[in-house]
Design a protein around this ligand. Structure first.
Ligand code: TMP
Length: 220
């Protein structure tokens, strides 16, 4: 099974991805937790280029193609082989991020983003996608709580994040079977419970003891 987690910056999806992977591992599943852009050496190098604030001059096409290059390598090197071995793949972001960030909020067209996504992933598409929906102003406050400097994408500001959030809402309306929206303004354990309930609907049940074990694990 291939599960992806999506949302604006500061929505809490990386914490949820970690919890989900921990709960599934505790339940005895063979799980692979990945992030995008990144996840393998070449894609992590591309991530460095994409997020470096010094690359402020990066044009829209360069940005779109770099995200896709990182994705193509991750799919080829890790995701496709893992799914072929019946592993559960949990990926923190995937192609919906390109649709929301580069097309809805950025300067690429939806058509270009769709075509580039298709080129990078082929038929390797998520079974379930969670969109963590939160007011961009609340997410900005969460991000301010972190002590790292904003990256090139975060520097694009609040209005950009509002367009990204709208993009994710549109994607969720377009594909209600695959994409489940979760209210991410709730406390971490409540968000986690909602995600697990949705996952059970999709055919992957995690029992309460495994969920509790994940919540009790110290952050890696
Ligand atoms: P992260 O902070 O969730 O690791 O993601 C890195 C940044 O890259 C985040 O601001 C979202 C952005 N991004 C895109 O703009 N397009 C994409 O396709 C992906 C995967 C991420």
């Amino acid at each position: 099974m291939f599960i992806t987690l999506e949302g604006i910056d500061g929505c809490g999806k990386s914490t949820q991805a970690r919890l989900l992977a921990a709960a599934l591992k505790h339940a005895g599943r063979d799980v692979l937790l990945l992030r995008e852009p990144g996840g393998v050496a070449i894609s992590e190098k591309i991530r460095g280029l994409l997020l470096d604030p010094e690359n402020a001059a990066m044009c829209d096409a360069c940005e779109l193609l770099l995200y896709e290059a990182a994705r193509a390598q991750l799919v080829h090197e890790v995701i496709r082989p893992a799914l072929a071995q019946d592993r559960v793949v949990v990926c923190d972001r995937f192609y919906d991020s390109t649709t929301a960030y580069q097309a809805f909020a950025g300067g690429s067209t939806r058509e270009d983003a769709d075509r580039a996504n298709a080129l990078a992933v082929g038929d390797c598409r998520p079974d379930v996608t969670f969109v963590f929906d939160i007011d961009p102003e609340k997410a900005a406050v969460r991000r301010e709580g972190r002590n790292d400097a904003p990256d090139r994408m975060e520097e694009k500001g609040l209005e950009f994040q509002q367009c990204v959030a709208e993009g994710f809402r549109t994607i969720a309306r377009e594909e209600p079977q695959r994409v489940r929206t979760i209210d991410a303004s709730q406390p971490v354990d409540a968000v986690f419970a909602c995600m697990l309930a949705e996952l059970a609907h999709a055919g992957l049940a995690v029992d309460a003891a495994d969920a509790r074990a994940a919540l009790l694990q110290p952050e890696a």
